[in-house]
Design a protein around this ligand. Sequence first.
Ligand SMILES: Cc1cc2nc3c(=O)[nH]c(=O)nc-3n(C[C@H](O)[C@H](O)[C@H](O)COP(=O)(O)O)c2cc1C
Length: 217
Amino acid sequence: MLLHLDASARRASFSRRLSALYAETWRAAHPGAAYVHRDLAADPVPHIGEAWTELCDHVMAHQITDISRYEEAARTPARRAAWEIVKPLLDEVVAADVVLIGTPMYNYSIPSSLKAWIDQITFPRMSLAGRSFVVTGARGGAYGPGTPREAIDHQERYLRDFFKGHFGVEDVTFVHAELVNARIDPALAHLRERHEESLATALDDVVRVAAAQEVAR
Ligand SMILES: Cc1cc2nc3c(=O)[nH]c(=O)nc-3n(C[C@H](O)[C@H](O)[C@H](O)COP(=O)(O)O)c2cc1C
């Protein structure tokens, strides 16, 4: 199953364009495979609340690592209500072979809509090992290897560290369209060509990665 998330606040979005191309290519290579698209910007998941933290504390206190047992924590009406939000999100990610995330860089990091989803689905010592994560990103500037801004790319860095460190996911691929602001910022007009090259490379890479993606589980 391909779980496809998008987080850009706009429709004319480069991260959406890349994720849509990935999804189209992957689905053509896996006819009949299930596909779920969740638009976290148009249909945002709520921020976690106090009852969610109680679910999490219960899971930790009882050393529950089996995701199918999390529901045991939903012991009060408030926790039950919190669980009703978590459950469909978690079911989707557990069922996924590939989790595809189209996301912009916002303020050196990820949109709060995507962070809200991560907060909802993440529990202590939770493993999503064996799944593949693919992130199609877009950013106004350039953060690639050797650039002055490389060290402040908290979009890729955060997602890579979190998926590997917390979920135990080894197979994480990033494809970015860079220098998108050169399309509109007159001060960056001289970088327009480099942006076009970055976008063309990203579009090629997305097709190549999607066509080659093994479904391990
Ligand atoms: C709220 C906001 C914050 C942004 N912060 C950054 C930033 O920190 N660094 C950057 O390079 N571009 C930044 N940008 C530019 C976006 O990353 C760029 O427009 C990108 O293409 C957005 O993704 P999208 O095309 O999928 O919507 C920001 C844009 C917005 C709207």
